[in-house]
Write a protein that binds this ligand. Structure first.
Ligand code: PEP
Ligand code: MG
Length: 546
């Protein structure tokens, strides 16, 4: 087995045989011509044949990759008609009494050189375009233009590089993947491959091309950009599994997109996703989550060398809210401390950090940090559907203090003329046994609960979540934990609040039915667990048939 790697363009696994794409031999010779007028006519004829071909490629691209991506061939047609380009070719034929092929080749070299010396990256990329159209004209002049014969089976096309027009000209149903030794992942070829939904790995290097031949078995891992030629059994097995899992996920997505999360007997539940940073939004959208049930805002602090400013936080919250376009986004206020430490907080070493100075305890004793975050949150609230929740709650008095700080921040902002949404929901995390046990009181003070089962498990079972030595004692399905969740659900509903689960247990499919029976209203899980969870919900019947 040999392994190569390049830049991947599309996250798909492709398994099959290699077909090496050879460009037609179009070596251009300089030939003396007496009748330059008829040579110019030859050029005109080849140009109009090229134009017709480009129109056909444009039409094909329009159908397969849409107008925006087909536009490149419109640009090619315009380039072909460009006065400077045409004048250069006709002048070379005329003044040097040479054949049209030679004049086109020299012009292509000159224009490509000029483009690649430009600073602007868009203009630099035009070098490949001018070569592409010129090769087409030369091909028409010498009557050698075709993509070669393609085999009947789907193949992995491997080439030195591919011009956009070559990429689009392939029969999509016969291409498993493109691999090129050269090229950039932002090139039009890469963009077209992405839009044709064909995996492509670009810039693999010359060595790859020198070592492969038609018919070699290969696997393209479009997730990592790796290429395995003549893969061993273990690699084949592993990537086959990866391919199946990916196909299953895509089929699920197709099946579930836009559908409600409803049990067989009509019980509805929200399935949201957990994120730690703005960059995770792509995964949330790609997995069709109904909202964000937990944005761990402390990652903004962990990624920084100093306290993130109000502006930095505002920008991040606004981005998440806008990207979710009106879907619920629950942002958890700072949960630093315990396992999540940053130097600039100057937290003292503690005997028992999990039971120590963390989360809301820091916010309530260092209100300037808390207020900065709240200001950013309230300012961002008008850009979407915001929920704010507070971590590590153990008492009613904490919640009262939180509410009073929130009111203070809101009135300060209002007095400065800042608009704040009047639809913000406020919630607390149920992640201590104390919070679950007093949930009847807490529920009267909030709109929702979100159960943090990771910490709730640690505190209920007295098992440090950081200590691998005691993992064998961590029974995540322990009845004490389930009882505390059930108790919290009853309290929430009794007082008109809703309840979700955002800890890892929310994605445990063995417990989905139990959670539905408890009346849990929302489950928030890591983005890759959203689809399996939605599928599970649609297979459950929660009322017994008698
Ligand atoms: C939890 O404790 O379950 C939770 C969601 O919070 P974190 O894992 O960030 O502590
Ligand atoms: Mg927690």
């Amino acid at each position: 087995m040999k392994k190569y790697s390049g830049k991947s363009v599309c996250s798909v696994v492709a398994i099959g045989k290699i077909s090496v794409f050879k460009k037609q031999g179009m070596s251009v010779k300089r030939v003396h011509i007496d009748d330059t007028e008829s040579e110019k006519k030859r050029f005109e004829a080849a140009k109009s044949a090229s134009s017709e071909q480009l129109q056909a490629i444009y039409d094909k691209a329009l159908k397969e990759v849409g107008e925006a991506n087909a536009q490149i061939f419109d640009i090619h047609m315009m380039m072909l008609d460009d006065d400077d380009y045409n004048d250069s070719i006709n002048n070379i034929i005329e003044t040097q009494s040479v054949n049209a092929e030679y004049a086109v080749a020299v012009t292509a070299d000159n224009f490509a050189e000029m483009f690649s010396n430009m600073d602007d990256s868009y203009m630099k990329a035009r070098a490949a375009d001018v070569r592409d159209i010129s090769n087409r004209v030369i091909g028409n002049l010498i009557g050698a233009l075709s993509n070669g014969s393609m085999s009947e089976d789907k193949v992995i096309i491997c080439a030195f590089d591919l011009a956009p027009s070559e990429t689009v000209s392939f029969d999509k149903d016969k291409v498993l993947a493109f691999v090129t030794a050269h090229g950039s992942s932002n090139s039009h070829t890469a963009i077209l491959a992405r839009n044709m939904n064909i995996p492509a790995v670009i810039g693999v290097g010359d060595e790859f091309l020198a070592e492969i031949k038609d018919g070699d078995e290969a696997i393209i891992d479009g997730f990592t950009g790796e290429i395995f030629v003549d893969p061993d059994a273990e690699t084949h097995e592993r990537l086959l599994e990866k391919q199946k899992a990916d196909e299953h996920k895509k089929a699920l997505l197709q099946e579930l997109k836009g559908k409600e999360n409803v049990t067989l007997d009509g019980h509805k539940i929200n399935v949201f996703a957990n994120i730690g940073s703005v960059t995770d939004i792509g995964k949330v959208l790609a997995n069709d989550a109904g909202g964000i049930g937990l944005f761990r805002s402390e990652f903004l602090y962990l990624e920084n060398d100093d306290y993130p400013t109000e502006e930095q936080q505002f920008a991040a919250y606004k981005k998440v809210l806008e990207s979710m376009a009106g879907k619920k986004v629950i942002i958890r206020t700072l949960d630093i401390g315990a396992d999540k430490k940053v130097d600039y907080f100057d937290l003292k070493p503690e005997e028992n950090p999990a039971l120590g100075y963390r989360a809301i305890r820091i916010c309530l004793t260092r209100p300037e940090i808390f207020k900065t975050q709240l200001r950013a949150l309230y300012r961002a609230s008008v850009f979407g559907n915001l929920g704010i929740m507070f971590p590590m709650i153990t008492s009613v008095s904490e919640l009262k203090k939180i509410h009073s700080i929130c009111e203070e921040v809101k009135s300060e902002l209002r007095s400065q003329g800042v608009e704040i949404s009047n639809k913000i929901e406020t919630g607390v995390m149920i992640e201590t046994p104390a919070a679950a046990l007093i949930s009847g009181k807490l529920a009267q003070m909030v709109d929702f609960f979100s159960v943090g089962t990771n910490d709730l498990t640690q505190y209920t079972l007295a098992c440090d979540r950081q200590n691998p030595e005691i993992e064998q004692f961590v029974d995540t399905h322990h009845e004490a934990i389930l009882k505390l969740i059930e108790m919290s659900a009853e309290s929430a509903h009794k007082h008109g609040a809703w309840i979700g689960i955002c800890g890892e247990l929310g994605g445990d499919l063995e417990l989905t039915e139990a959670f539905l029976r408890m009346g849990i209203d929302e489950l928030s899980v890591s983005p890759n667990k959203v689809l399996p969870l939605r599928e599970k919900i649609r297979s459950i019947k929660i009322k017994s048939s008698d």
